[in-house]
Design a protein around this ligand. Structure first.
Ligand code: ZN
Length: 205
């Protein structure tokens, strides 16, 4: 059976991706073009995108470990240009009732105040609503932190997770290699953006 694809975009926000950002991930600006291509492709081919975003408050415990970044409502918290769709629905980090019909929303943006997206209590409901038969195409930053936690959480819940290796960026190369090994250990593929678009084209054709 041909899998239904779901693209999963991790924290592609100005404070991480822009060299002027508050917690800039070195080299992250080099993957923006690929993330824009993945975003456009999903929109053109009706592939939903789940996108996590940090939406921090000044008092968040995470700031004991990292410098302040992605404060809610600041320019640095915005997703970088070309990674947002107009038909989007933002899911705050508190229990909410999701819309009865998610169909009109092509991008589901999940807010969080910690590195792990599964701290948002609505994820379980969202995944159930998107359907279990999804193959997840994962990309964003930082490979060995938030991408890793998304990959682990999704694998643990039984999803096949493929990683787009030219649309992720790391801080620590050795730790990011461990993330990649873990994705492969769970049966996922390491793909290029080009391969995702070519493969997805075959699937949606
Ligand atoms: Zn954060």
């Amino acid at each position: 059976m041909v899998p239904n694809l779901l693209f999963w975009d991790v924290d592609t926000q100005v404070d991480f991706m822009d060299p002027e950002g508050k917690l800039y991930v070195p080299g992250a600006e080099k993957i923006i073009a690929n993330i824009q291509r993945l975003t456009s492709f999903a929109a053109e081919h009706d592939i939903p995108i789940v996108a996590s975003v940090d939406a921090h408050l000044e008092t968040d415990p995470e700031f004991r470990e990292y410098p302040p970044h992605c404060l809610a409502g600041t320019p640095g918290q915005h997703k970088v240009a070309g990674t947002m769709l107009s038909d989007r629905y933002v899911i705050p980090n508190r229990r909410v009732d999701l819309p009865a019909d998610l169909g009109p929303y092509r991008q589901l943006i999940i807010e969080k105040q910690a590195t792990d997206v599964f701290t948002n209590p609505n994820i379980k409901d969202l995944l159930r609503r998107l359907g279990r038969d999804r193959e997840i195409i994962l990309y964003g930053v930082v490979t060995e932190i938030c991408v890793d936690q998304a990959a682990c959480g999704l694998s643990q819940r039984g999803y096949r997770v493929d990683l787009v290796r030219d649309a992720v960026r790391h801080i620590d190369a050795a730790k990011s290699s461990a993330t990649i090994a873990e994705v492969e250990h769970h049966g996922g593929c390491l793909l290029t953006t080009e391969e995702v678009l070519a493969g997805a084209l075959a699937i949606v054709a």
